[in-house]
Design a protein around this ligand. Structure first.
Ligand code: NAD
Length: 242
């Protein structure tokens, strides 16, 4: 049975609210909530927390991580779209003896999908007749494109498939060596990711469809349970390494 934790929620939007439900359901307590839109900024209460869970917006994540580090509070970050600063944050985490967990997607199913995606890309290295592209579909309020999940999928393919050298947000590039990502925005879609390999004779497709946000929320709480007594940088592979 996991230890009952005192959790700080940094960001109390769609995800923060769902994480609260999941955390309470697992016997944890919410000791602090920070949210810009609701005007709640009680960082003093965060000092009391065993762990913070951060789901805000791309331009807020780095300063929120720093504020958690300043308070010696381990932080699980779900916000995407800020990963150009991840190396700097990992470095700061190591130098200052703090604890950081990030995941572009906390759903167990998506992490299984990442694994299948890598295996498929490895096999496709031998099949030059297939081209590959990624499509991600999300709700219209999503601020970053392509999604952090699509970028992780792209990185999995680029690590295995030598005929692709970098990813590119469609239609920015027409280079054959670019791995195209289509980012589609539609009302109310929690997140759908499709990888398609196409040849002249057929298509092979793998797809993950999130039915709601609860898979992300429960994954974030499990990450918090896992991180609260550890130091250093961690990600989903540390919890579910295949
Ligand atoms: N990693 C995952 O599994 C996963 C899953 C879903 C969403 N996300 C990401 O999580 C983030 C949040 O998603 P959401 O659906 O909850 O968005 P949302 O817009 O519903 O909520 C974001 C909340 O953050 C608050 N906020 C903004 N700046 C802040 C700041 N500086 N300090 C405190 N609060 C601040 C806003 O007031 C808002 O209530 C997005 O980046 C989204 O892409 C990640």
């Amino acid at each position: 049975m996991a230890k009952k934790l005192k959790i700080a929620l940094v960001g109390y939007g769609k995800m923060g609210k769902m994480i609260e439900q999941m955390a309470l359901g697992r016997g944890h307590t919410i000791v602090a909530k920070i949210d810009e839109q609701s005007g709640i900024s009680d960082w003093d209460a965060v000092n009391e927390a065993d762990v913070a869970i951060e789901f805000t917006r791309p331009d807020s994540a780095v300063s929120n991580i720093r504020k958690c580090f300043d308070r010696n509070v381990p932080v699980v970050v779900g916000t995407t779209g800020w990963y150009e600063a991840l190396p700097e944050m990992k470095d700061l985490c190591a130098r200052t003896g703090q604890s950081l967990f990030t995941a572009s997607n906390f759903s167990i199913g998506v992490n299984l999908f990442f694994y299948i995606n890598s295996m498929l890309a490895k096999a496709m290295e031998q099949m030059p007749e297939y081209n590959v592209r990624i499509e991600e579909v999300h709700h219209t309020q999503k601020l970053d494109a392509p999604s952090g999940t699509a970028i992780t999928i792209a990185e999995g393919i680029l690590a295995e498939l030598s005929r692709k050298t970098k990813w590119s947000l469609s239609p920015d590039s027409s280079s054959e060596a670019d791995l195209q990502i289509d980012a589609v925005r539609k009302d109310e879609v929690p997140g759908t990711h499709t990888v398609t390999y196409s040849s002249v004779v057929d298509d092979i497709e793998i797809r993950h469809t999130a039915h709601n946000r609860s898979g992300f929320a429960i994954g974030a709480v499990i990450a918090a349970e896992w991180l609260h007594d550890k130091k250093g940088y961690h990600s989903m592979n540390d919890i579910i390494g295949f």
